[in-house]
Design a protein around this ligand. Structure first.
Ligand code: SAH
Length: 204
């Protein structure tokens, strides 16, 4: 998987090293484990998908995360992206609106001895009481950039967010030293949608 990614794009080697370290097959259902290292998105619980390795590598590359960066992720899913960020030394707060996934990702982290702060709720609001964040990564397709997330971005901070309805444009928002925002676009992707509210799913 890592060699394939390296052939596709000159990713930051720190990103590839972290992805080589995280056992992706333990984040998907056992039946899908044989496909865990092919460059494909895979189904996870609650009708959601884990992004294909290329997309994870690109979002992480664009995020330019540094050790100790206080990082907010919206869309925990199975927790794979969060695990890559933790492995790179980030302090990760991650929010998920599907209760089943919120619980499952924590079990996987526990089994692997990884640490992050998990939260069950609607990521549109971000985490105002914990802001500002050095890095924000959104792993679902947002119809527009949620103003609450931009306002929780630290000076010098970066947010990576796929923006759009049917297809999404990978977008980077930087809050520069003079507190102005710079927005750049980085190609077209397809994500599951960012939805409002939270979903309790079946009784647990
Ligand atoms: N980073 C994940 C990708 C999961 S797919 C991984 O590595 O597996 C995107 C996730 O975003 C889905 O689990 C979906 O339930 C979640 N999501 C969608 N809208 C959300 C919202 N408003 N707040 C929090 N999570 C959301």
């Amino acid at each position: 998987m890592i060699d394939e990614l390296r052939r596709l794009y000159p990713f930051d080697e720190r990103v590839l090293a972290a992805m080589a370290d995280v056992p992706r097959h333990l984040f998907v259902e056992p039946a899908l484990a044989p496909f865990a290292y092919s460059n494909k998105p895979l189904s996870i619980a609650a009708g959601q998908t884990i992004s294909q390795p290329y997309t994870v590598a690109m979002q992480t590359h664009l995020l330019q995360v540094r050790k100790w960066d206080k990082t907010l992720e919206i869309g925990t899913g199975c927790g794979y992206q969060a695990a890559v960020l933790v492995t790179m030394g980030a302090l990760v707060y991650t929010v998920e609106r599907q209760k089943e996934l919120y619980l499952q990702a924590q079990r996987t982290f526990l089994a692997l001895g990884l640490e992050a702060i998990f939260s069950y709720g609607d990521g549109y609001a971000g985490k105002p009481l914990l802001a500002p964040f050095d890095r924000i990564i959104v792993t679902c397709g947002a119809p527009e950039i949620p103003p609450a997330l931009t306002s929780q971005l630290a000076v010098g901070g970066r947010m990576v967010i796929p923006v759009g309805n049917d297809r999404q444009t990978m977008t980077v928002v930087e809050r520069r030293a003079d507190n102005t925002l710079r927005v750049t676009e980085h190609g077209s992707y397809r994500f599951v949608p960012m939805l409002e509210g939270k979903n309790t799913g079946a009784p647990l």
